[in-house]
Design a protein around this ligand. Structure first.
Ligand code: CU
Length: 147
């Protein structure tokens, strides 16, 4: 199985990397969120086009923006990751919405997911569930319930 890890296979793989993937506690049947920093260390731009996870019925990429004092979100079908650049998914910015959680996410849990890119690359990530990280209130759970 490790035969795939040859030098040429590694060189051909897009240099995409996820760090700091985390999620908030949420109860099964409700919606959750996913945050991460997605970096592209390669010389070719790529685009995040989908996310799947066994813990959610459906995952969407969203972008938040402030208009005056009102925060709104819109669905993004594609999130470009420039060559040598990175995209931060965090409260009040790009984020992943986990619709219809199939199980309760408790602090300390890991929620696995697979990111799919327009190049065909796939990246496995594990969102660490944390109650404490990130700026509280930047994007309340109530915003997500209204979806
Ligand atoms: Cu959202």
């Amino acid at each position: 199985m490790l035969a795939a890890l040859t030098t040429s296979a590694v060189a051909a793989a897009p240099a995409l990397q996820v760090t700091g993937a985390w999620s908030r506690p949420a109860v099964a049947g409700t919606n959750g969120v996913g945050y991460m920093t997605l970096a592209n260390h390669g010389a070719v731009a790529d685009t995040l086009v989908g996310v799947q996870s066994p813990v959610a019925g459906r995952i969407e990429m969203h972008a938040s923006s402030m208009s005056g004092a009102v925060m709104s979100m819109r669905k993004e079908d594609r999130v470009p990751v420039p060559a040598g650049g990175q995209v931060v998914f965090g409260p009040g910015a790009h984020h992943l919405m986990l619709f219809g959680l199939t199980r309760t996410l408790k602090p300390g849990d890991q929620a696995p997911a697979t990111l799919t890119f327009s190049s065909g690359a796939r990246l496995k990530v594990a969102f660490k569930v944390s109650a404490g990280m990130g700026p509280p209130g930047a994007m309340s759970e109530m915003d997500h319930m209204s979806h």
